[in-house]
Design a protein around this ligand. Structure first.
Ligand code: GLU
Length: 318
């Protein structure tokens, strides 16, 4: 493999069956990588407590059923804890971290305090200011602290960073003192994703645009760790009929549901392809041909609003 070769990835959390929105993002991530003649890797982001063992296999099976393939064995973040711990130790040694004892509620209240609301979703830096004595008292209270990144200079608070996204152009977003390690010791998403993308040699991250606001944080962290940040392409999500992010409540939205309605995997693939403005294929093996003509510049910039098929009386009961 030459160092210039594109390497993309798909990084689902095995917490449930993939729905049409997830499958469409997987398809796009695959198309971006394969159309560039690149590698495509699978990583399970399974540090979350909501992981269920059956979904490792079922997610692989569903994505393969649509004709997507990947290189090598899928990796699991839960097998790679040492990598994340090393990165955290590195930041800790450089005094780029601090312990945070705040509850979600305290953060929400502090963010709304009269001395000026924090920018949306940003941690206001409460525990950064704790004196040694206060910190000891909090520790003694028994609440296990999370570990946060000391992102901006002291007293400056959240900063901003601009990243360039292949689909969105320049995007400027907050880099606050985000969590690196949760109170229970689990490495947090933003830390694990940065370390793993670098460790796996990912050159281009393609994922749902709900993660665009996290991207400046991730690019900043990659810089601190001396890692090469990948390029990014965020793709629009799929929305349900009420305009909310697609979810189970929206009906037959998983591959299993669609097969139960009598559809075949190629029908589901064609539904996704048509939502992207591509022509239908005869079989899932024809996906390679779609990859040969794939042009990211022609992708829709708006979310796809999924309209469920008109329910039959039997389906309406479920
Ligand atoms: N694991 C995340 C998810 O399932 C994706 C993270 C990423 O692509 O960076 O939404």
């Amino acid at each position: 493999m030459s160092s210039a070769q594109t390497t993309g990835r798909w990084a689902p959390s095995p917490t449930g069956d993939l729905h049409l929105g997830n499958l469409r993002t997987a398809l796009l991530a695959w198309l971006f990588a394969r159309s560039a003649g690149g590698r495509f890797l699978w990583r399970f982001e399974d540090l979350d407590g909501a992981v269920r063992s059956q979904f490792y296999e079922s997610q692989l099976r569903d994505v393969a059923a649509l004709g997507l393939d990947w290189d090598g064995e899928p990796v699991r973040q839960s097998d790679r804890l040492d990598l994340f711990r090393d990165a955290i130790a590195n930041l800790r040694e450089r005094d780029l971290t601090y312990e945070c004892f705040c509850t979600r509620r305290e953060i929400a209240e502090a963010a709304a305090a009269p001395h000026g609301p924090s920018p949306e979703g940003a941690y206001p830096g409460t525990c950064r200011q704790l004196s040694r004595v206060e910190r000891e008292q909090k520790r003694a209270s028994g609440r296990p602290p999370a570990l946060r990144l000391r992102a901006g200079a002291d007293g400056v608070g959240p900063t901003e960073l601009t990243v360039t996204d292949r689909q969105f152009g320049d995007y400027t977003g907050i880099v606050d003192d985000f969590v690196l390690q949760r109170g229970d010791g689990t490495p947090a998403y933003n830390l694990a994703v940065v370390v793993d993308d670098a460790a796996q040699g990912i050159t281009e991250v393609v994922r749902g645009d709900d993660l665009l606001p996290s991207t400046p944080r991730q690019a900043h962290l990659a810089g601190l760790l001396g890692l090469h940040a990948p390029s990014y392409a965020h793709v629009p999500l799929v929305l349900g009929p009420k305009g909310r992010r697609l979810a189970k409540r929206d009906g037959a939205v998983t591959l299993r549901d669609r097969l139960a309605l009598g559809e075949s995997p190629v029908d589901v693939l064609n539904l996704l392809l048509s939502s992207l403005g591509f022509e239908r294929v005869e079989s899932v093996e024809d996906l390679d041909m779609v990859g040969q003509h794939f042009d990211p510049a022609s992708l829709p910039r708006q979310p796809w609003v999924y309209e469920p098929p008109t329910p039959s009386p039997a389906a309406a009961q479920g």
